[in-house]
Design a protein around this ligand. Structure first.
Ligand code: ADP
Length: 431
């Protein structure tokens, strides 16, 4: 109901119903007054005709009178009966309707003729006229096409507005794509000047964000690269220093920096898909079963809810192993020894496969969730001192999942544990 297009549809439907009801009501009101006028005039005219037929009514006179009016008459009296032309006998089963203000007159439709029957003292007169005299039918013949034309007109207006507003849909899609991290998404320009401007602005905005992010990453990668040589030189120089507490401490720091740089460069490599992916058809059920023993003996332990059937995915097994290890390492790191075990489950949906890894650890505050995939982002800076992370694990996971055409989501709240959701496109979707 919140969609502009649904609202538009509702307004159009209400307009169709409202306008049609109004036209119908106007037609009915107008019909009644025109029928009354028609019946009074017709009753008078036919009474004149009957008077012209003479007393008793004479066939020859009647023929003479109605000759030019394209009317046929049947007279059924007590003393005589005649008919000017072919016309049904009153016994024929017809749907007669008696005239409201003239109870001795009734009318009906017969073949393509309009019949009017008048009862007089001298007998019954039946007149056959052209069916265009049937007012009710005439009205109906006009009303139905009119209602149809009005309905199609409003439908046409609805479709045109929908077409004009189509760029809203494109922009909406664009915003969702950007939210999902696809900064390369471009919005089509459309036809209207205002939307063209908006689309242009939107595309320009994403281009600049892309550039900003790219230069930020580039700087990080370049600085990391450059740091490798001085670090190596420090390492070598350290070897010439006498053994001391300071030397050990500097060596630990240098090693940590080297590890960090290696991770940064690895993350950058994945981000830009420098590393070639080696996709293979893998049964996730067996694949996960092989990963779990690595965590044997590590608390709080892992429970794998195995799917009943094999779950096939096309993945790079080495890269996806990194994803599983990063998530499981976090789950182990941030979960107390005595807490509930980590649960892994696999769901095979229509167009994708979902793997959920859920722990009952300390969790991540909800307001921090949007940032956990950013490189070097750590929820609690003091946490990593004990746990030894650089805040790169999840950002690497995200790059790998996106390079696979999938995605990763993290659901959590403080103290309630973390649920990592991995979404892989399944095989038919990839082919
Ligand atoms: P790190 O190497 O620091 O673990 P990650 O990118 O893997 O970096 O994670 C980013 C931050 O998210 C971590 O510093 C941690 O604070 C938080 N985090 C990740 N996984 C969990 C988890 N399972 N439970 C609690 N906090 C988590």
């Amino acid at each position: 109901m919140r969609s502009v297009f649904t609202k538009l549809l509702m307004v159009s439907l209400i307009a169709v119903i409202g306008i049609n009801l109004l036209v119908f009501a106007l037609f009915r009101a107008q019909r009644q007054s025109s029928i009354n006028a028609f019946q009074t005039t017709m009753a008078r005219y036919l009474t004149f005709l009957i008077e012209d037929f003479g007393t008793p009514p004479d066939l020859l006179k009647a023929r003479e009178t109605v000759k030019e009016a394209f009317i046929q008459v049947r007279y059924t009296g007590t003393d005589a009966s005649w008919v000017t032309d072919e016309i049904p006998s009153p016994s024929k089963r017809l749907r007669w309707s008696t005239w409201k203000d003239h109870p001795h007159i009734r009318s009906a439709l017969w073949k393509s003729r309009f019949l009017i029957e008048i009862e007089k003292e001298q007998g019954i007169f039946l007149f056959a006229l052209g069916n265009s005299f049937d007012q009710e039918n005439e009205n109906r013949r006009l009303l139905v096409p009119l209602l149809l034309i009005l309905t199609s007109l409003i439908l046409l207006i609805y479709l045109s507005i929908r077409w004009i507003l189509k760029p809203i849909k494109w922009l909406n899609q664009g915003v969702s794509e950007i939210t999902l991290g696809n900064l390369k998404h471009q919005v089509p320009a459309g036809n209207s000047a205002e939307f063209k401007e908006l689309a242009k602005g939107f595309n320009e905005m994403t281009r600049r964000i892309r550039e900003m992010l790219y230069s930020k990453e580039r700087l990080l990668v370049d600085v990391s690269h450059e740091l490798r040589s001085p670090l190596t030189r420090i390492r070598v120089a350290l070897e010439f220093l006498p053994e001391s507490h300071a030397r050990v401490s500097i060596r630990t720091d240098v090693e940590e920096m080297e590890k960090m740089i290696a991770e940064i460069l690895e993350a950058a490599k994945l981000q830009h898909r420098y590393g070639r992916q080696n996709h293979q058809e893998i049964n996730l059920k067996e694949y996960i079963k092989e990963i779990i023993p690595t965590y044997k003996g590590q608390n709080p332990g892992i429970v794998f809810h195995e799917p009943e059937t094999p779950v096939l995915c096309r993945i790079d097994p080495d890269q996806i192993k990194t994803v599983f290890h990063n998530i499981l390492n976090n789950a182990v790191k941030y979960t107390g020894v005595s807490s509930e075990p980590i649960h892994i489950s696999v769901m095979n949906e229509k167009s994708h496969v979902i793997v959920e890894i859920e722990d009952q650890g300390i969790g991540i505050p909800e307001e921090e969730l949007p940032f956990v995939f950013e490189p070097f982002y750590r929820v609690d800076k003091s946490r990593s001192k004990e746990t030894g992370g650089y805040g790169l694990g999840l950002s690497i996971c995200k790059s790998i999942m996106e390079a696979h055409g999938g995605r990763i989501e993290i659901q959590s709240s403080m103290g309630k544990g973390v649920k990592a959701i991995l979404v892989f496109p399944n095989l038919p979707a990839l082919e």
